[in-house]
Write a protein that binds this ligand. Structure first.
Ligand code: FAD
Ligand code: MG
Length: 465
C-alpha cells in the first residue's frame, strides 16, 4: 500500500547520501519535506548573521533541488569511550570502512509521489529571509562560502580534482595565515549536513586508490577521523561542554576578566596576529585550524587565563562550522584540559605567525590600519619607534591598543598555575602530576583515558546495582 511520508530535515540538508529520505520515498505517494525553524532560536541563540545566511542559503538550495525533482505540484568497544585517537583507529579498523553513500533520489524515485502544498505555502511556510529572522544582511561579511548542497558538492569536486594535493595533504604543513584557505573549508557544509561525511570519505578513498598518499592522523581521511573521535568521546562523556562535572577535564582556577575577554573577542588585544585572526573569524566565519590553536591558547593557558568555556561560546556564535562536539573537544585540547597535557608548550603570539608569513601579509589584510608598518615591526608594532608609528599613520596606544599583557611574563605565571592544577588533579586521583607519560602518550591522552575508564566502570556498577 502506498503511504504519505513526512521527512524532517534537521542537520542533513541534502539529497545525496540521505538514506532516511530514500526510505521516506519508498512506496510513497505524498511527501512532506519539512524543516522546523523554532522562533525561539533567532531570539535566544548566539548565532552570527553569517551563519544564519549560510542556513537560509542551504534551505533555498535544498528547496530548489527538491523542486527539480518535481516535488511541488509536483514537487564494538565494550561500552567504553575510546579516549585516544589511536584507540578509535583500532576500533574503526575492526569495524571496517564506513558504508558506501546511498545515491540521491532521482526523478524516477519521485515518479509516483508528490509534495502537496497549498497556495499560501510560500507566505506561511516558505524559507524566511534574514530580515524575517531579525538579522541585518548589511552586517554580514563577504560571501566567501555560500550555503547549500550544490556548493558543497562543487567544492568537493574542486578539491578532489587536485589529486596530488589530496594525496600529499599533511595537516600540520598547512598554513594558518595564508591569504586564501590552505585546507578544504568543507567544515560548514559538513556541519549543516550539506555534505555527507561518507561521500567525502569515499571520494578521498577513490582519489587515494593506487597512489601513494598520506595517512591518519595528518591526512584528509585523518581529519574526518578527528571529527569521528570528538563525536564518539562527546557522546560518552557527561558535561562534555563544561569543566564542572566533566570527568576528563582538568579543573583549573580560571580568572573572570570581562575586559580581557572582550578585547580578545573583538580583536583588540594589541597582538596583531591574534587580532587579525579574530577579525577574520568575525567577518568571514571561518579560520584555519592552527589559527584556532593560536587564539584558543592565547585566551586560556597561554596568556589571558580565561576559561575555555568562554572561548567556546564566542566560537559557537561566530563560526559557520560551529559544532557542539568539535568545538568542545578542541577547546579542551587547546587549553590542555583534556586529551593534550603538554601545557608547557605554549604558542607565541609573535613567533608562531612569522613561521609562515614573515612579512605579515595576513595581518595587513585583516588589520589594514597596520599595513604601513615595516615588516620587522608588524608582529610587535609597539616596539617601533614613535617616528615609525607616526609615519605608518598608527600610533600604538592611541590608534591601536598596546599589548594587553606581556606574553613572556604571563606565560611563565600561567604555567605555574597550570602545574598546580595538574598537581591537584594528581593528588585527588593518584596520577603523576604532569600526566606521567612521555610525549607520545601525552598527546594521546593516556592518563586521562585510564581515569575515565574508572569513572565509567563505577557508573556501570552503580547502574547494575
Ligand atoms: P580540513 O583540514 O579540510 O578537514 C576536513 C574536515 O575534517 C573538516 O571539515 C572537519 O569536519 C574535520 N576536521 C578537521 N580538523 C578537525 C579537528 N581538529 N577536529 C575535528 N574535526 C576536524 N571544527 C568544526 O567543524 N566546528 C567547530 O566548532 C570547531 N571548533 C574548533 C575549536 C577549536 C578551539 C579548534 C582548535 C578547532 C576547532 N574545529 C572545529 C576543528 C578544525 O579547526 C576545523 O574542523 C577545520 O579547521 C575546518 O576547516 P576545513 O574544513 O578546511 O578542514
Ligand atoms: Mg605564506
Amino acid at each position: 500500500m502506498k503511504h504519505c511520508s513526512i521527512h524532517w530535515f534537521r542537520k542533513g540538508l541534502r539529497l545525496h547520501d540521505n538514506p532516511a529520505l530514500l526510505a521516506a520515498l519508498a512506496d510513497c505517494h505524498q511527501l512532506y519535506p519539512i524543516f522546523i525553524l523554532d522562533p525561539w532560536f533567532p531570539k535566544n541563540m548566539r548565532v552570527s548573521v553569517n551563519r544564519w545566511r549560510f542556513l537560509v542559503e542551504s534551505l533555498r538550495d535544498l528547496d530548489e533541488s527538491l523542486r527539480k525533482l518535481n516535488s511541488r505540484i509536483i514537487a564494538e568497544n565494550n561500552d567504553k569511550v575510546p579516549l585516544t585517537y589511536a584507540r578509535l583507529q583500532m576500533l574503526l579498523e575492526a569495524l571496517g570502512p564506513p558504508k558506501q553513500p546511498v545515491p540521491a533520489p532521482t526523478l524516477e524515485s519521485l515518479k509516483d509521489c508528490c509534495t502537496p502544498c497549498k497556495d499560501n505555502h510560500d507566505a506561511e511556510y516558505g524559507i524566511p529571509t534574514l530580515e524575517e529572522l531579525g538579522q541585518d544582511p548589511k552586517q554580514a561579511g563577504p560571501r566567501l562560502y555560500p550555503g547549500g548542497e550544490s556548493e558543497a558538492l562543487g567544492r568537493l569536486d574542486l578539491h578532489m580534482n587536485r589529486t596530488a594535493w589530496v594525496c600529499n595533504f599533511q595537516k600540520p604543513q598547512t598554513e594558518p595565515n595564508s591569504l586564501s584557505p590552505s585546507t578544504t573549508v568543507l567544515s560548514p557544509y559538513l556541519k549543516f549536513g550539506c555534505l555527507s561525511v561518507r561521500t567525502f570519505w569515499w571520494r578521498l578513498a577513490e582519489t587515494y586508490q593506487g597512489r601513494k598518499h598520506s595517512s591518519p592522523p595528518v591526512s584528509l581521511h585523518g581529519q574526518l577521523l578527528w571529527r569521528e573521535f570528538f563525536y564518539t568521546v562527546g557522546a560518552g562523556i557527561p558535561n562534555f561542554h563544561k569543566m564542572e562535572g566533566n570527568p576528563i577535564c582538568v579543573q583549573v582556577d580560571w580568572d573572570h576578566n570581562l575586559e580581557y575577554l572582550q578585547a580578545w573577542s573583538e580583536g583588540q588585544t594589541g597582538y596583531p596576529f591574534i587580532d587579525a585572526i579574530m577579525t577574520q573569524l568575525r567577518t568571514e566565519g571561518w579560520i584555519h585550524h592552527l589559527a584556532r590553536h593560536a587564539v584558543a591558547c592565547f585566551l586560556t593557558r597561554g596568556d589571558l587565563w580565561i576559561s575555555w568555556e568562554e572561548g567556546q561560546k564566542v566560537f559557537e556564535e561566530l563560526l559557520l562550522d560551529a559544532d557542539w562536539f568539535l568545538n568542545a573537544g578542541n577547546w579542551q585540547w587547546l587549553s590542555a584540559s583534556a586529551f593534550f597535557h603538554q601545557f608547557f608548550r605554549v604558542y607565541s603570539p609573535i613567533a608562531f605567525g612569522k613561521k609562515t608569513d614573515k612579512g605579515g601579509e595576513y595581518i595587513k589584510k585583516y588589520l589594514p590600519f597596520l599595513r604601513k608598518f615595516p615588516a620587522e615591526y608588524i608582529y610587535e608594532p609597539w616596539k617601533a619607534p614613535r617616528r615609525v608609528q607616526e609615519q605608518a599613520g598608527c600610533v600604538i596606544g592611541r590608534d591601536y591598543p598596546k599589548p594587553i599583557v606581556v606574553h613572556e611574563v604571563v606565560r611563565k605565571r600561567n604555567m605555574e598555575r597550570m602545574k598546580a592544577a595538574y598537581a591537584r588533579r594528581a593528588a585527588s586521583s593518584g596520577a603523576h602530576p604532569e600526566g606521567g607519560v612521555g610525549k607520545k602518550g601525552a598527546e594521546q591522552g593516556l592518563p586521562v583515558a585510564r581515569s575515565v575508564a574508572k569513572v565509567l566502570t563505577k557508573k556501570r556498577k552503580k547502574k547494575s546495582s
